[in-house]
Design a protein around this ligand. Structure first.
Ligand SMILES: *Cc1c(COP(=O)(O)O)cnc(C)c1O
Length: 475
């Protein structure tokens, strides 16, 4: 493809993208394809000769698009959002165009220095302590793994890094039963063994019970285990429950245990002063992660990891083979030493575009609007005699259908599962579920960048209509 053809197709694709966003509500939110349907339509062999971009793009529209779940539809309420925005798209487009591999300062000084500055912006926007240093990771899963490995190395004077784990009594990590599965994955990857991840019980708000945490640590010490780290969920994945950070920090301080805060989703809300209570005690934490690629309008992937002891992180991950030695080594930030991967994309660019284009005030108004929309929906659900609201945290509402006359947990779970499936098959919205106790509940996250009150009210009408059909057995 030459430069003229690139311009022609580039402009056409930008036009296509703009009209996609204009019409994104018209697509079925959750892809309706069956397993194998896309695979079968794709040529069995790679083409020997180059094909025209018109032909490739046509296949994109005909074959690929039906197999896309539309995360940028305002009626996408499933999981947590993975938002984007036009400034983010443009920033990412430029990063792709530059194609820089930003592993060290020398391989693109601007990438290293912009990352450092944008992490300071974020730290201050969220009200994190100024002693924290930030680095962009691909995902929160990676950040949590980095946190736990750093904790281990620091606790054991970097011995495992040099000699392995053979001389150590088993280490233990603690978190609530509601914490994200990435903690379990990290513990498995680290070779600690899943059985050394201790799950602590929660209260009726699904927040970790700090008394049980203290008990568990004390019992473990008696048994000869080494308490390594506690992971606090600020915004659990099921219900966005908030763990009591301050109480947990006190326990961690008492026993010299690393405290990692997983605020992957809810971290964005800390930009709002009225939610800063969620991280009371943060100055005692050792590390913190949140994902701008979830609620902060920044394209996946972009996870912001903050650590108090920057040197411990670097000491854990640094490597210096001959081919990576440069004249600036040691005098600049070489982010390859701040995490697992060597090669790094220029992720700070899109984030910088987003923060500057929206402005902090603009970001706050988007977040507050989402929270207000969710709270209004929550009120409507509470008023409806056939529905039950089980929890509302930030912009996540958990509720279930509970029509009069239907009793018994199995039957309630069955009709709620049926309701979710029918809603998702309708193409009008995409919702997922969680369990609160034994109860199957619908999760609705009003968080896509452009979601409006009308979108959510119209979805609420659809939910009531389909639920009524289940009740009258007309479906
Ligand atoms: C989404 C989420 C994660 C995992 O995020 P990735 O960036 O996909 O690894 C971890 N913890 C919480 C609380 C989450 O909501």
């Amino acid at each position: 493809m030459n430069i003229e053809e690139f311009k022609k197709h580039g402009h056409a694709m930008v036009d296509w993208i703009a009209s996609y966003y204009e019409n994104v509500r018209d697509y079925p939110v959750k892809s309706q394809v069956k397993p194998g349907e896309v695979f079968e339509q794709i040529a069995d062999k790679a083409p020997e000769r180059g094909e025209s971009m018109d032909h490739i793009f046509e296949d994109f529209r005909e074959i690929i698009m039906p197999g896309i779940t539309h995360w940028q539809s305002p009626n996408f309420y499933a999981y947590f959002p993975a938002n984007t925005s036009f400034p983010s798209l443009l920033g990412d487009m430029l990063a792709s165009a530059l194609g820089s591999q930003c592993m060290i300062w020398d391989t693109s000084p601007a990438a290293a220095e912009l990352e450092e500055k944008v992490m300071v912006w974020l730290r201050d926007m969220l009200g994190l302590p100024s002693s924290f240093s930030g680095v962009i990771q691909d995902t929160a899963s990676t950040a949590t793994l980095c946190a736990l490995i750093t904790a281990r190395e620091k606790l054991s004077n970097y011995q495992p890094n040099s000699d392995g784990l053979f001389n150590f009594s088993p280490m233990r990590v603690y978190c609530s039963t509601e914490v994200h599965s990435s903690v379990e994955k990290a513990v498995k990857i680290m070779g600690m063994g899943k059985s050394n991840l201790v799950k602590i019980g929660v209260d009726e708000k699904m927040s970790l019970n700090p008394k049980l945490l203290k008990q568990a640590i004390e019992e473990d010490i008696k048994k000869g285990y080494q308490p390594l780290a506690v992971v606090a969920a600020i915004g659990s994945t099921g219900t966005a429950a908030i763990d009591p950070l301050s109480d947990m920090a006190e326990v961690c301080e008492q026993y010299g245990v690393w405290l990692h805060v997983d605020a992957a989703y809810a971290g964005s809300a800390l930009i709002l002063e009225e939610y800063r209570w969620m991280i009371e005690g943060i100055e005692k934490a050792d590390s913190f992660v949140f994902n701008p690629h979830k609620w902060l309008m920044t394209n996946f992937d972009c996870s912001a990891y903050f650590v108090k002891d920057e040197q411990a992180l670097i000491k854990t991950f640094s490597i210096l083979p001959e081919y990576l030695k440069t004249n600036t080594t040691g005098t600049v930030k070489d982010y390859r030493d701040w995490g697992i991967q060597l090669g790094r994309r220029f992720r700070s660019l899109k984030l910088w575009f987003v923060i500057r284009s929206f402005g902090v005030e603009g970001i706050k108004s988007v977040l507050r609007n989402h929270i207000r929309i969710a709270e209004n929906l929550s009120a409507k659900i509470r008023e409806h005699s056939d529905f039950e609201e089980l929890s509302t945290s930030l912009n996540l509402v958990c509720f279930r259908y509970k029509p009069e006359g239907v009793t018994g947990i199995d039957e309630l779970n069955r009709i709620n599962k049926q309701l979710i499936d029918l809603l998702n098959e309708s193409g009008k919205m995409y919702l997922t579920h969680t369990k609160i106790g034994d109860n199957m509940v619908l999760r609705l996250v009003a968080g896509q960048t452009n979601v409006t009150e009308e979108d959510v009210l119209s979805s609420w009408s659809t939910i009531q209509e389909i639920a009524a059909k289940i009740k009258s057995k007309t479906i």
